[in-house]
Design a protein around this ligand. Structure first.
Ligand SMILES: *Cc1c(COP(=O)(O)O)cnc(C)c1O
Length: 383
């Protein structure tokens, strides 16, 4: 498939040629009425496809879904109330008791919990493998209904050769799903590598403004129709019109924001690499795997034991302590804090993430200001 081009150009072209507003109106209506018995009957029988009820269809949501399908080079898209709603509603539309899921290790922690705490008791078994197994073992996916992927993975950001995984999956008839929140369609369009279904936490880069929690799924007409037939109406975790409006607004600046996040991340990768306290930098960049065209602004760094992580976290001024990422503001998430999440064995422990690891999300602040802040805080926290 040919490269689809810059997202900003692509999406501006979707405005339409018929004049009128350049942004979609917010259609804040729960239901839509009909002119006549005949129109109503035609719609209910599926002969027309206008909106009936906002749990399943809404014009503002549809405008966002249309843009996402274009951005990810899919045939269709469906919005959800959160990234987790998109992930759970997609998995549940395609798996049944007895099915096996092959999942990349270091998956987003709540996705791991979905697999373990909800799908496993329903008789759906998930096994976790490193990227190298997905790439190099052509028979790994034998008998697997779904391959659930992230590239790069969460926390340690291991990238995956999606083209190779898609080839193996096609041979075994395994459905491939990827959480593409990290790269966004600006830096990676997995459908062009042969992946079947692309999922997003739209709360992150797609929103970009830390004011929305939402999700979206992009795939073929047939796959999206299945989700629209089953889990969208029956679990009901729909995207709301106002959130969809904010996400459309976010998409307008996605490519320029991603370039700024990348420039800052590149600067940090170069300079962190020169520091003696840095054990490891987890931050895949352009062309590290086929189809990945940029470095996003979310990475992790593992320091040696001379760095006091709580002191580093408290000394930073521009990096706030918090979860989530992908907004205008820079954030630090120490692994030790994530590990302390109460009451269960989570994926970080299971896969041995060091408490000396911190995740950084670079916002849109000036890169030199961020580096100066980071360097000063690090100096204060080396023991
Ligand atoms: C945040 C996140 C999710 C979950 O999305 P929500 O919108 O918070 O439900 C899923 N995957 C990744 C990689 C995330 O960072």
């Amino acid at each position: 498939m040919s490269e689809p081009g810059d997202i900003a150009t692509l999406l501006a072209a979707v405005l339409g040629d018929d004049g009128g507003p350049v942004t979609p109106p917010i259609v804040q209506s729960s239901l839509f009425t009909f002119d006549s018995y005949r129109d109503f009957e035609d719609r209910m029988a599926g002969r027309t496809d206008t909106a009936i009820y906002t749990r399943v269809q809404n014009p503002t949501v549809a405008a966002f879904e249309g843009l996402m399908a274009k951005a990810e080079v899919g045939e269709a898209a469906v919005g959800f109330a959160s990234g987790m709603a998109a992930i759970s509603s997609t998995l549940l539309a395609f798996v049944q008791p007895g099915d096996k899921v092959a999942c990349v290790e270091h998956v987003y922690p709540d996705t791991f919990r979905l697999m373990e705490r909800m799908l496993r008791p329903f008789g759906i078994e998930t096994a976790y493998y490193p990227p190298s197994r997905f790439e190099d073992d052509p028979d790994l996916l034998e008998g697997a209904k779904v391959a659930y992927l992230e590239s790069p993975s969460s926390v340690v950001f291991q990238p995956l050769n999606l083209r190779r995984v898609a080839e193996h999956a096609q041979r075994h008839g395994t459905l491939t799903m990827i959480d593409n929140s990290w790269a966004s369609p600006v830096f990676q369009r997995p459908i062009t590598s042969g992946i079947d279904i692309v999922l997003h936490s739209a709360s992150k880069y797609i929103s970009g403004h830390s004011d929305t929690v939402a999700g979206v799924v992009v795939s073929s007409h047939a796959n999206i129709a299945r989700i629209r037939d089953l889990t969208l109406p029956l679990l009901g975790a729909k995207l709301a019109p106002f959130e969809a409006f904010l996400l459309t607004r976010g998409l307008r600046t996605l490519s320029i924001r991603m370039r700024q996040h990348e420039a800052t991340a590149n600067l940090f990768v170069d300079r962190l690499a020169t520091l003696p306290q840095v054990r490891r930098i987890n931050s895949p960049g352009a062309n590290e795997v086929p189809g990945l065209t940029g470095r996003s602004g979310l990475m992790s760094v593992e320091f040696d034991d001379s760095v006091d992580i709580p002191r580093l976290s408290d000394a930073l001024k521009h990096f706030r302590l918090g979860v989530s990422w992908g907004g205008f503001e820079s954030l630090i998430l120490p692994a030790g804090v994530a590990l302390a999440q109460a009451g269960e064995q989570n994926s970080l422990q299971k896969f041995g993430v060091s408490p000396q690891l911190v995740r950084l999300s670079f916002g849109l602040e000036d890169a030199e200001d961020l580096w100066a802040d980071f360097e000063a805080a690090l100096t204060k926290s080396v023991t």
